[in-house]
Design a protein around this ligand. Structure first.
Ligand SMILES: Nc1ncnc2c1ncn2[C@@H]1O[C@H](COP(=O)(O)OP(=O)(O)O)[C@@H](O)[C@H]1O
Ligand SMILES: [Mg+2]
Length: 330
């Protein structure tokens, strides 16, 4: 972003900022972040949307739309359009500064004073600019690269607790668990950044997801199918989630819940093949992803990728039992 445009935007939307470091600390596809000093002397992060943000996002969406078209051709009769609409709805929220600020405020309020999780307070939300408290700490990207396994496992435990507790505590889900969006503060808390991709779960995570996972753990095909129906995940054409679908779900999910499981990239590569078959088979049997839960899927996939980078081992079974309604054995 040209320095003159940056200065003008800050002068218009956050004139109280006197000291702004014009070198960005991070540059993304639509936004960049600068360090600055707030009038009371505290350090703040100023996230600004670049002037071409809208055009860049439209180009990106046009490209993604082609994939949805291809999906539509590959899956005749499958309701792809609602998935695309939901995807589009969430993608454009990346440019909604007031919306992002509102979400971050809700997260900050829910975790204020928490011994393990820190969400920076919002100081100001403009139209194209967001000011939040600066977080000192080590980026999780750097922790993953350094490879100290105990620290990596600690990060995974904190991320697990945060992701699963957020719907119950804040009524919201953070759908973008990229390593750049987390830091570890000097006192060991997990700092969470970037509330541009968030989904509302006002009543916490749906109990049906707990039932779904429990059915897989119990290897109960009948209950799995009943739960898929409750979730609206079985299309009008009917069909059934057969034992084979259960077997594939078991292969992907059960090992992760074992206490000695460690995520790694090779495991992920092997799973990618299995899961593609699993998803294909499920779709062929009339199972579909309820569009409203697309952000939840994004959160799960993003977390798995992050944990593979961390080679993480953590007690997911206990975390799920604590936070996912319906998961505890009856
Ligand atoms: N409050 C903050 N304190 C310190 N660094 C921050 C803060 N907010 C953002 N950053 C830095 O800027 C980067 C981009 O910010 P983010 O909100 O994730 O934007 P984007 O939506 O472009 O990913 C973060 O990964 C982090 O390195
Ligand atoms: Mg980010």
């Amino acid at each position: 972003m040209p320095p003159a445009a940056l200065r003008q935007l800050v002068a218009e939307e956050a004139p109280q900022i006197a000291r702004l470091d014009e070198r960005p600390v991070a540059v993304g596809t639509v936004a960049q972040v600068h360090r600055a000093v707030w009038p009371d002397g505290r350090a703040v992060a100023v996230k600004v949307h670049r002037p071409d943000a809208r055009a860049v996002l439209s180009d990106e969406l046009a490209r993604v739309r082609l994939s949805f078209r291809a999906l539509h051709l590959a899956l005749p009769g499958h309701p792809v359009a609602p998935l695309w609409e939901e995807f589009h709805r969430h993608a454009v929220t990346e440019l909604d500064c007031p919306g992002e600020a509102e979400h971050q405020r809700a997260f900050a309020a829910a975790y204020r004073g928490d011994p393990d999780i820190l969400v920076p307070e919002v100081r100001l939300a403009g139209r194209r600019l967001l000011v939040t408290d600066w977080v000192d700490g080590e980026p999780v990207t750097a922790i993953a690269a350094a490879g100290d396994q105990r620290r990596c496992d600690d990060v995974a435990a904190l991320v697990t607790a945060f992701q699963l507790s957020a719907p119950a505590r804040a009524g919201l889900l953070h759908a973008d668990p990229a390593s750049e969006n987390f830091r570890i503060t000097p006192d060991g808390r997990l700092a969470v950044l970037d509330f541009g991709a968030v989904a509302a779960y006002p009543d916490g995570l749906p109990r049906e997801f707990g039932h779904l996972l429990r059915a897989i753990v119990d290897r109960d095909a009948e209950r799995l199918e009943a739960t898929l129906r409750e979730l609206g995940a079985v299309g009008a054409r009917g069909g059934s989630a057969s034992r084979r679908l259960l077997a594939l779900a078991e292969a992907a999910v059960l090992p992760v819940l074992a206490p000695d499981f460690r995520f790694d990239r090779h495991w992920l590569r092997r799973q990618a093949g299995t899961l593609t078959i699993s998803a294909g088979l499920a779709v062929a049997q009339g199972v579909r992803l309820p569009p409203g839960h697309l952000p939840l899927l994004r959160m799960v996939v993003g977390t798995v990728r992050l944990f593979c980078r961390l080679n993480a081992q953590a007690d997911y079974d206990s975390a799920l039992a604590s936070w996912l309604p319906g998961f505890r054995p009856a």
